[in-house]
Design a binder for this molecule. Sequence first.
Ligand code: ZN
Length: 317
Amino acid sequence: MLKLDKLYQNKKITMSNLNSTLTRSRNKTSTPTLIWQPATVEGVWIGHAAEEGPTVGIMGGVHGDERAGVEFIRSAKSKVKIKRGTVVLMLGNLKAIKNHVRYKDINLNRHFNKHEVIKPLKSGKEPYEANRVEELIPFLDMCEAVLDLHEYNNPKDKPFIICERDSMKTALKMGAPIISFGWCKSEHGGSDDYMHSQGKQGICYELGARRATAKDVHLADKVVPRFLAAHGLTDAKLPPLFRKPMLVQTLKAVIRAKGQYKLGRSFKSFEKLIPGELIAVNGAESIYAEPGQVIIFPEPDAPVGDEAFLLGAIVNN
Ligand SMILES: [Zn+2]
């Protein structure tokens, strides 16, 4: 684990003189001006309010081709207003962000796990993302809760939240048409799974379709203040963005097998399946829907070995 003092690039801002700056500021005024502190790790910024309080993280660009989170984080220093506590802003996969691709070597969103030994690439080199995870985890560890901003593929899909049940209260306060949980079992390694594994809160907010960046940043502008208020960094009273969400328990990820692969029809994500209908032919297996099931992230062109789709169950209606 890195020591906090080591994380600060600017030698003029050490933890001790930062604390005295904050004490002076706390004694003087309660204006919501944040003191921003550069960290030695690229793509991470730490902002302290004058008043003491919880530390929470906001992350974007874990997938480099999901630009809304990236745009939000890049403009967050001027947007984020808190009354108390500390906000840690993080850009996820810097190399993927630079090249507008999902990831460079491996999917960062499956490797937030400090105990995992990530395999080297066929070339023998360490995947870039293995190093980036190591850089980011100390900052996740500073936080009691992290909000991770993502986008999805299909413009017909609705925004949704991924979290575990212990973050459900916050998720309901923020609001989304769909709140899904159980991903720590079906598809682990996201920042939400990591925070959950540490007994803390992690929320992944899927804002909208990837190519609708401006619209999705606009939603992030509403989501983030609700997350900050839910954790007590502001006193804002903001109603949930959506009420009465569909609650979905994810069941399992289906991996594209070798040989034939074809979806039974065109599906939307979180679409309710008709019991008995053919979901997909996957290699030697034909998969049929069971009552109350939904399909999540159907990928008609999934390459062999990648996730073809997930199955979930509606748990509230
Ligand atoms: Zn994503």
